[in-house]
Design a protein around this ligand. Structure first.
Ligand code: ATP
Ligand code: MG
Length: 610
């Protein structure tokens, strides 16, 4: 701990003695003056002649208890009553002032007085955020600030925590981009993700590897618009009601490269530097995706081409559509040493393993039934909600979740540009479990543009290191710096991150009193001012569940109480929705299990017959 004794003082009799003496003198003076004031007030009220002014004559008569001379024609007991009232008022005021000062003076044991106070967080409280929303959103331009509802003003982050009780609710504005880092079960979904989706004024996108976010919010969101659920791995057991063609938005090499990159993220190392195989697999997938898109084929074709490393078709298509360089690169790769070619194809196959899963492919290839296709541009301008769910790990649908999220975000940028620069209403993109299922490689770079387009990403990570594993040290640093609102909650076990946060929170001077005894038994008292961290790393590690530190650009670090949905006014409605969704999920899961058991029984019957 960094401590710096600033003014050690030894004072016989105690450090406060001179102050106590001075205070005593002033107190006696105040008591005497109050008695004079009480007499004056009573004399004025009963319209009697006033006695002597406050001075030596008054004091002399007071000491002699010469009441008639002090307050001519006025009853001393009336003066006594007024005096008591004045005294009580004074004591009340002094107590209030002392409590106010006590609440604000730095405390070695309590960080709250040294963190953001009411005035510091005012720019993030409702009136200021609503005023900003009126400036940022055309739809609110003619509304009085007081009529702008909280959900239209910004994204609810939590409630400002104070030493005694709590302060106002704090919001991020429609030009903030948000990053939250909290351990498992710290309240990321129940407090942040659910609130952001429930209150989204326009379209909302949510990624998750669990059904909880969908189960809690889908019913309420269905009142605002269509609910689209992308659940190819049956996390919520939602039957397929639509499909998405990832190739529909692929027109050139850049589009194909972006889509291919989401697959390659599955096999990329955490250093962020691509080796020969990764880079080769990325180029190969880019070429195959572009060729399939140009011919109006689907991801099924890409998968078929991946299985046949000698197929000349992709190169021919690329050449026919004028992508000569891509065609030559493709042919060159196929003409190389067989070991190299197979190595590249194998890496690409591993990256795109999910394409070999027919259940997943059913969501991204033309369905047998006449299901609608999702149009991302229409979605961005709607008040619909899109839930994207995938498991973690190899073969998961995560690249498709990242791909669809990326296409929605890009469509949002295009729509914003076509509407004068900003989306109105804004798009909320809540990327829960982003480091597991939504590894958009250039998310850190995109972050710095989104705020100005009214695209509000809320990326939720379990730890800083989880982000480093996906985006590399530099990428994660860039994401951290680009996020204008950062929330750090319970369970930060990364010593380096905790130390960095502790330094960001800063230091304060605290007064420490101590006493020592010399050889002759005399006690001497000392006060010293010590400079120490407001929150040391151990305190940050021990942040309780339900609280979070808020690092917002231009605002002192504040402590928040998170606001989980189950403690909010909608709790009853949402609990009913969760129960209904869970019951439906259970029914679907039982049906799936029964069908699987039937299939298994069939197989073993055939086996024994053979
Ligand atoms: N309806 C509820 N009533 C009371 N507590 C709940 C309710 N739902 C969840 N919780 C509790 O809230 C806490 C936070 O849960 P939440 O799902 O938000 O965690 P999380 O940070 O998203 O974790 P994970 O990383 O596992 O997704 C958990 O301890 C959970 O048990
Ligand atoms: Mg969660």
């Amino acid at each position: 701990m960094n401590t710096r004794p600033v003014e050690p003082r030894g004072t016989a009799g105690g450090p406060l003695t001179p102050f106590l003496m001075l205070g005593l003198v002033w107190a006696v003076f105040a008591l005497l003056w109050l008695s004079w004031l009480a007499g004056r007030i009573v004399a004025t009220v009963v319209r009697h002649r006033a006695g002597p002014g406050f001075g030596s004559l008054y004091l002399e008569r007071l000491l002699r208890a010469d009441w008639p001379a002090l307050w001519p024609g006025v009853s001393p007991s009336t003066v006594g009553v007024v005096y008591a009232v004045l005294l009580l008022t004074l004591v009340g005021l002094v107590t209030l002032a002392a409590a106010w000062w006590q609440g604000r003076k730095p405390d070695a044991e309590d960080p709250l007085p040294s963190l953001a106070g009411p005035a510091d967080v005012r720019p993030m409280a409702l009136p200021a955020v609503a005023a900003k929303a009126r400036r940022l959103r055309r739809a609110l331009a003619n509304l009085p600030v007081k009529d702008i509802p909280a959900a239209s003003a910004g994204v609810l982050l939590g409630e400002h925590r104070r030493r005694r009780g709590s302060g106002p609710r704090l919001y991020s504005s429609w030009e903030d981009v948000i990053l939250a880092v909290m351990a498992p079960r710290a309240g990321k979904t129940t407090a942040l993700a659910v609130q952001s989706i429930l209150n989204a004024p326009g379209a909302a996108l949510a990624t998750s590897n669990k059904p909880d976010l969908w189960a809690t919010t889908a019913a309420v969101r269905a009142e605002h618009g269509t609910v689209w659920v992308f659940d190819p791995q049956s996390i919520a057991h939602v039957p397929q009601g639509w499909w998405w063609n990832p190739l529909a938005a692929v027109e050139d090499v850049e589009d194909a490269h972006r889509l291919a990159n989401h697959f390659v993220q599955q096999v990329r190392n955490s250093q962020g530097s691509d080796d020969f195989w990764i880079q080769g697999a990325l180029d190969l997938l880019t070429s195959l995706i572009l060729a399939a898109a140009l011919e109006g084929r689907t991801l099924a074709t890409v998968q078929a081409w991946l299985s046949d490393s000698t197929s000349r078709e992709p190169a021919a298509i690329l050449k026919n559509h004028g992508f000569g360089a891509s065609a030559r690169a493709m042919s060159g790769r196929q003409a190389g040493a067989p070991e190299t070619r197979e190595g590249l194809y194998e890496t690409a196959r591993t990256a795109a393993a999910c394409l070999a899963n027919p259940t997943i492919m059913a969501w991204v290839t033309p369905p047998d039934l006449p299901l609608p296709a999702l149009d991302v541009e229409t979605f961005v301008e709607s008040t619909d909600t899109l839930y994207l769910m995938s498991k973690d790990g190899a073969g998961a649908a995560a690249p498709l979740v990242a791909g669809l999220t990326d296409q929605v975000l890009r469509a949002a940028v295009a729509v914003a540009e076509a509407h004068g620069g900003r989306l109105d209403p804004p798009l909320i993109a809540c990327l829960d479990e982003a480091a597991n299922i939504c590894k958009i490689a250039d998310l850190p770079e995109l972050y710095s543009h989104f705020g100005s387009r009214a695209i509000i990403p809320l990326t939720i990570l379990q730890s800083y290191r989880q982000g480093t594993r996906v985006w590399g040290e530099q990428g994660m640093d860039a994401l951290w710096s680009a996020a204008t609102v950062k929330l750090v909650g319970a369970g930060i076990d990364d010593a380096r991150f905790a130390e960095d946060l502790s330094r960001l929170v800063g230091e304060h001077d605290v007064t420490v009193a101590s006493h020592s005894r010399d050889g002759r038994g005399h006690t001497s008292y000392q006060t010293s001012v010590r400079r120490q961290r407001i929150l040391d790393p151990a305190h940050i590690r021990a942040l309780p569940k339900g609280s979070a530190l808020l690092f917002a650009t231009g605002v002192k670090v504040a402590m928040l109480n998170l606001l989980p949905w189950y403690d909010e006014p909608l709790a009853e409605q949402l609990t009913t929705a969760v129960a209904a969704s869970t019951a439906e999920m259970t029914r679907q899961a039982q049906r799936t299990r029964a069908a699987r058991r039937d299939r298994m029984a069939q197989r073993s019957w055939r086996g024994s017959a053979g």
